[in-house]
Design a protein around this ligand. Structure first.
Ligand SMILES: Cc1cc2nc3c(=O)[nH]c(=O)nc-3n(C[C@H](O)[C@H](O)[C@H](O)COP(=O)(O)OP(=O)(O)OC[C@H]3O[C@@H](n4cnc5c(N)ncnc54)[C@H](O)[C@@H]3O)c2cc1C
Length: 511
């Protein structure tokens, strides 16, 4: 009896030791949302995972920064598609509320067409009836029809299209996909779709501005992306109490709970490849052996800067021909007063918005009369600014690859603040307590962003699904990609979907 127990015990120890040595080593480059989310999924499945991040904190473009008692979310500020976050956390037997408390914003946002014409878009669809009918005769009913179509596209896409890795043509020849594709307005554009339902240019802008979140203009984004109106109006705009950075913090904690190791302040300098397999990841401090490498850093940076030329799936010419999403000119301003006319999310949509889009995509230049976005999380959250103050975040979409000189930055800053002061009828320049600018230079230096793009690849039809850069390298058999340059695309919830796609692919291929 004693011997039997001892044998079983020895067997278990042997099994554990064997398993320990058999555990595959995964090295993930970048602790952005996609890298973090992938690391937790693979850690849970028993891989030995190390995440290497060049900056000092997790979150990537969704970082936070504290300056003179003002707390800023440096990148994303709109929490949309909450069910995608719920689904991700459920994979770990958790709820979103185990990590942060979500607040539904109402109004969802305020739209300014001028200093005297502005509208609150309310959380309940029916509460917007008066606004839509004021903007266009019978505008509300027309909008409801558009919203019905948007809901159909959203639900069909989430069910059949989005959680896929699109490795080969077979992935789109799936009969379920072929059956719905003709109904998804793929060959149309968001602007054409919206114009089918409403005529008033203000109402059109109100339904189209969200495509900028997808890194494209409504004139180039495939009609498929009109799905975002369902996310906006039906699923709602939310805020994690404390700040958007709570999302990165949740993923970071989840990864640690699943035994993921982290190295911060350690830029990756190279991926070493031998006989078509990645064997290690180099930093200037160390070298990490790897059985599998996943890059969550910007795809062009990984391919052009970290891999030997012969192992690039997509070379310089490929990237030069891609349509990039805009970059941004961002201003973070802590002001020592309340700005009465602002809500949590605010958009100024200039009458000249066509010219602004032309400046971003057709003839890249710094815009003269841009539309812009202002976020004031201090309207909802007492912890992000001192009493009686606001933490303002201005985002002006601009073309990527522009010359970001001191003179241009100063001009853009002065122009934006002067316009804003007129818009809200209050001075801010006399009470600034904290000021930071984050533009192309910072996108490049912080994230190794290609041409300073903020959101990666634009969501045009020819950069969607099968036409987007692949999740897996074609030249290096154990190198994978996640994040906003690959499947399915841009945005926080999309980063979680991207993580699930790549983790499932690795589980299937690299047991
Ligand atoms: C200004 C702005 C506003 C946005 N607004 C919204 C919004 O409101 N709602 C929304 O859903 N989405 C929004 N987005 C988009 C969303 O933030 C991104 O799509 C998402 O965060 C991208 O995550 P990622 O993991 O793909 O990339 P990233 O966050 O860029 O992560 C990549 C990581 O790799 C690291 N890295 C790069 N090179 C190296 C290297 N050589 N070695 C080690 N590490 C490296 C970077 O430092 C970074 O941490 C916004 C983005 C920006 C920039």
């Amino acid at each position: 009896m004693f011997n039997l127990t001892q044998d079983v015990f020895t067997g278990i120890i042997f099994f554990i030791i064997l398993n320990f040595f058999a555990m595959k080593k995964v090295v993930i480059i970048g602790a952005g949302l996609a890298g973090l989310a992938t690391s937790a999924l693979l850690g849970k499945k028993g891989y030995s995972v190390t995440v290497i991040e060049k900056n000092e904190q997790p979150g990537g473009r969704a970082r936070k920064e504290l300056d003179n008692s003002f707390l800023y979310d440096i990148g994303p500020s709109w929490y949309m598609m909450p069910e995608v976050f719920d689904r991700y956390f459920e994979l770990f037997g958790k709820k979103t509320s185990d990590f942060y408390k979500l607040i539904r914003l109402d109004p969802s946002y305020r739209i300014f067409f001028s200093d005297s014409e502005f509208y609150d878009i309310r959380a309940r669809v029916e509460d917007n009836k008066d606004v839509f009918n004021k903007l266009e005769k019978d505008g509300y009913n027309k909008f409801l029809k558009y919203l019905e179509k948007s809901k159909f596209i959203y639900e069909s896409s989430l069910e059949h299209l989005v959680y896929k890795d699109y490795d080969d043509l077979g992935d789109i020849l799936d009969p379920k996909i072929l059956a719905i594709v003709p109904k998804l307005s793929l060959l149309s554009t968001v602007h054409k779709e919206v114009s089918r339902y409403v005529e008033d240019p203000r109402l059109q802008k109100l339904l189209e501005f969200t495509t900028v979140f997808l890194g494209a203009s409504p004139y180039e984004a495939s009609g498929l992306y009109s799905l975002i109106s369902h996310a906006d109006f039906n699923l709602g705009i939310w805020y994690p109490d404390g700040g958007i950075w709570k999302v990165a913090d949740a993923l970071y904690r989840l990864a640690q709970d699943n035994n993921v190791e982290f190295r911060f302040n350690e830029p990756v300098t190279a991926i070493s490849v031998s006989n078509g397999s990645a064997v290690s990841v180099k930093t200037d401090q160390d070298s990490y052996d790897a059985d599998i490498v996943v890059s969550g850093a910007d795809y062009p940076h990984t391919e052009l800067d970290l891999l030997p030329e012969v192992y690039r799936t997509y070379g310089k010419k490929y990237w030069e021909k891609r349509k990039l999403s805009p970059s941004c000119f961002n201003i973070f301003l802590g002001v020592g007063k309340k700005i009465e006319k602002l809500r949590h999310h605010n958009l100024y949509l200039d009458p000249n918005w066509d010219q602004h889009f032309a400046d971003v995509r057709d003839n890249p230049r710094w815009p003269d009369n841009p539309s812009y976005y202002v976020c004031a999380t201090s309207k909802t959250d007492k912890t992000v600014a001192p009493d009686g103050c606001e933490n303002l975040f201005f985002l002006v979409p601009v073309a990527p690859g522009l010359d970001d000189t001191d003179e241009v930055r100063d001009h853009m800053y002065q122009r934006t603040i002067a316009h804003f002061e007129e818009l809200v009828g209050q001075k801010v320049s006399d009470s600034i307590r904290s000021k930071m600018i984050f533009a192309q230079r910072e996108f490049r230096s912080y994230y190794n962003s290609y041409k300073g793009t903020a959101f990666g690849l634009a969501h045009t039809l020819l950069q969607t699904a099968i036409f987007r850069p692949r999740v897996k390298s074609k030249k290096v058999k154990n190198l994978y990609y996640t994040g906003q340059f690959t499947q399915p695309g841009v945005g926080m919830p999309i980063a979680l979907i991207s993580a699930e796609i790549v983790a499932n692919k690795i589980l299937k291929e690299q047991k």
